[in-house]
Design a protein around this ligand. Structure first.
Ligand code: SF4
Ligand code: SF4
Length: 363
């Protein structure tokens, strides 16, 4: 792949790449904000890399959930995402989706897909869900090994087809580790053949159950090779490949002069605690799913008060970063993955250790 080829691909796909849903390229992003609620810890699978297992127990009631949704809607036309655990295990999930969809918000759901039959897909669509994001870590039975349950791949595929038949948009979530790295091209081809709109290629953050497999995290060099691979592969497929937990991907692209900020693109880098907020099942509010540090709990303090007044969120918004990220010229457009900084140093304002772009900036 030449730089020119990738530039030309980006130019041809600019509308979709830099549409609102991809603004802040480099990680999750949606303006004016993304509110993600993990409605339950319960799950029917046993994924090796699950990030939620260390979070406290308890679930918000339906009424508390309605209150959260109302507060989120006051922030403007945000994206409101339901996740888990497996959100379909919550009995009131259709009521919650329907309530969220009654506001001017994009309503999405992350699911392992295995519980979605045609009937379920029909109910989700009717409730107002716009898109289901399904997790896939390999094509075929290797996916079952990652997910810890036989038949997980077959059932996810059934869910995918049911969503398509009912007119529900689907995207993929793929956690990229040393263990499945060699299978990533197959996943991308699989997605492209199915006309999947987008894949989030998610760096493994060693939190929750992921701590037990931290040696499977890509090193800095491997991650930079992954960026090269992703950029190259992007010119071959229509599925939009979006690295997640890797805001430095777009700093890297700018470093290589593949994209340019003056090109009308909007980079916001890591959005944790800035425009992205995660609510754990027990009501704890955190900056990101992979950053389990409590800014407050909505059973005690209204969600909007936490968003506005949390000292953690204020520090993240001000990008009071340390180490290489603090002095990096890409601080504003990248900021490093705050979850990875936290997972490795215990400091969510610390430097993101999986980056070498700062090295080119030395005198
Ligand atoms: S040093 Fe930090 S801010 Fe700079 S590109 Fe790397 S991760 Fe991003
Ligand atoms: S903390 Fe990491 S995973 Fe979360 S929004 Fe920031 S870059 Fe993405």
């Amino acid at each position: 792949m030449s730089v020119e080829e990738l530039k030309s691909w980006i130019s041809a796909h600019k509308d979709e790449i830099f549409a609102n849903d991809a603004v802040g390229t480099g990680c999750f992003s949606y303006l004016p904000g993304e509110i993600i609620w993990a409605v339950t810890k319960r799950c029917n699978l046993k994924c090796k890399h699950c990030s939620i297992s260390e979070v406290g127990s308890g679930e918000l009631t339906t009424e508390e959930g309605f209150g959260l949704i109302e507060d989120a809607a006051k922030l403007g036309p945000v994206k409101f995402g339901f996740t888990g655990g497996e959100p379909l295990l919550r009995e009131d999930i259709y009521d919650l989706i329907e309530y969220a969809a009654s506001f001017d918000m994009q309503v999405v759901m992350a699911t392992n897909g295995t519980l979605i039959t045609n009937e379920v897909a029909k109910r989700l669509k009717k409730a107002g869900l716009e898109r289901a994001a399904m997790s896939i870590d390999a094509v075929g039975s290797a996916h079952d090994v990652f997910r810890g349950v036989n038949g997980a791949f077959k059932n996810m595929l059934r869910g995918l087809k049911a969503c398509e038949e009912e007119g529900l948009s689907v995207q993929f979530f793929t956690t990229v580790t040393r263990d499945n790295y060699s299978g990533i091209p197959e996943i991308i081809k699989f997605a492209d053949d199915l006309n999947i709109w987008r894949i989030y290629l998610i760096y493994l953050i060693a939190v929750g159950r992921g701590k037990q497999i931290s040696e499977a995290c890509l090193s800095t060099d491997e991650n930079m090779e992954f960026f090269d691979y992703t950029a190259t592969e992007q010119t071959e497929v229509n599925t939009w490949l979006k690295p997640i937990c890797n805001p430095q991907y777009w700093a890297y692209m700018e470093d290589k002069e593949i994209v340019d900020r003056v090109d009308g693109t909007k980079f916001t880098g890591c959005t944790a605690g800035i425009t992205r907020f995660h609510i754990f099942p027990n009501g704890d509010v955190a900056p990101c799913a992979y950053l389990p540090v409590k800014a407050g709990n909505i059973k005690e303090t209204p969600f909007l008060d936490i968003v506005r007044n949390s000292e953690m969120f204020k520090a993240l918004r001000a990008r009071k970063l340390k180490g290489h990220c603090g002095t990096c010229k890409y601080k504003r457009i990248c900021g490093g993955c705050r979850s990875r900084a936290y997972a490795t140093s215990g400091d969510y304002l610390g430097e993101d250790p999986v980056c070498s772009l700062w090295e080119n900036q030395r005198d």
